[in-house]
Design a binder for this molecule. Structure first.
Ligand code: GLP
Length: 242
C-alpha cells in the first residue's frame, strides 16, 4: 500500500465531508480541471456536499470539464437508469456544469467501438484527468473494468459479471432487468489520472478493499492497480476498513 494514502473516517457522513474537502483542495486554483466523477451510491453524499458548498461559495465547479466513467449499452440517455442521466442529476446539474463540458461515453449508438475510440481521443485532447473520484465494485472493479482487467485494458465494451449485475439490480428492479453489456473507461484512462480519490463505505466492501490495497496487484482485482499508480487517496469508513 506504499503508494496509497488511506484516510479512515468514522462513518459514511464523515466520509462525504472529508471527500468534499479533498476534492476542493485538489481543484483549488484549477477552475477548468478535468474531473471524472463515478456514479454509484458511495460518492452521492460527496456530490451533495460539494453542491452545498458551491451554493454557499466560493467553490465554483461550473467551469470543470467532466469525463464520464461508464455507461450501460443500449440504454437511452433520457432513461433515468442511464449513467449519464444519473451523472446529470447528481453532479452536473447541482454543480452547474453544462453538457457541452462533458466528454461522453455513449452506449446508445450502433458503432460502439468507434464511440470508445472517440472517447479516448477526446480524453487525450483535454490532456487526461486531473482528478478521478471512484467507487469500488464488489468484485474489485473500477468503472466497469471487470476482473480480469489489467493496467493496459482499454476503453471498451464489456460483459457485466454476475457480481456487477447483482449489485446494480437495485437500480433496475431485478437482476434480469440489468443490461448485460456496458462500456467503461479503460484502466489506461483511469490509471493515468493525476489524482484519484477512491471512496469506500460499508462492511460489505471490507474484504475487497483489503484485497485491493494490501493484496497482490492482479487483474483479478482491478482496483489493486491503484497501488502502483501514485496520487491516490482512499477514504474509507470504519465499517469498510476495520
Ligand atoms: C458500479 C459502477 C462503478 C461504481 C461501483 C461502486 O457497478 N460501475 O462506477 O463506482 O460499482 O458502486 P457503489 O458506490 O454503489 O458501491
Amino acid at each position: 500500500m506504499a503508494n496509497v494514502e488511506l484516510i479512515e473516517v468514522d462513518d459514511a457522513a464523515t466520509l462525504c465531508r472529508t471527500a468534499a474537502d479533498l476534492v476542493i483542495d485538489v481543484l483549488d486554483g484549477l477552475p477548468e480541471a478535468t474531473v471524472m466523477p463515478a456514479t454509484g451510491s458511495t460518492p452521492m453524499g460527496t456530490y451533495e456536499e460539494l453542491a452545498a458548498r458551491a451554493a454557499r461559495g466560493p467553490f465554483d465547479a461550473s467551469r470543470l470539464r467532466v469525463v464520464q466513467l461508464d455507461e450501460y449499452v443500449g440504454v437511452d440517455e433520457l432513461d433515468r437508469r442511464s449513467l449519464i442521466g444519473w451523472l446529470r442529476r447528481s453532479f452536473l446539474r447541482p454543480l452547474d456544469v453544462p453538457d457541452e463540458q462533458v466528454v461522453r461515453l455513449r452506449g446508445d449508438g450502433t458503432d460502439l467501438a468507434l464511440a470508445c475510440r472517440r472517447y479516448d481521443e477526446a480524453v487525450a485532447e483535454v490532456g487526461g484527468l486531473d482528478l478521478a473520484i471512484l467507487g469500488l465494485g464488489p468484485n474489485g472493479h473500477l468503472g466497469f473494468n471487470e476482473p480480469p482487467s489489467d493496467a493496459s485494458s482499454p476503453t471498451r465494451v464489456v460483459e457485466l459479471s454476475p457480481a456487477s449485475i447483482a449489485s446494480n439490480a437495485t437500480y433496475w428492479g431485478s437482476p434480469d432487468a440489468v443490461p448485460r453489456r456496458a462500456m467503461t473507461a479503460g484502466m489506461t484512462v483511469i490509471g493515468a489520472a493525476r489524482r484519484t480519490i477512491l471512496v469506500v463505505s460499508g462492511s460489505h466492501k471490507h474484504d475487497v478493499l483489503h484485497r485491493a490495497l494490501e493484496g497482490e496487484v492482479t487483474p483479478e482485482v482491478p482496483a489493486s492497480f491503484l497501488q502502483r499508480q501514485g496520487g491516490v487517496v482512499v477514504i474509507a469508513d470504519r465499517a469498510a476498513w476495520r
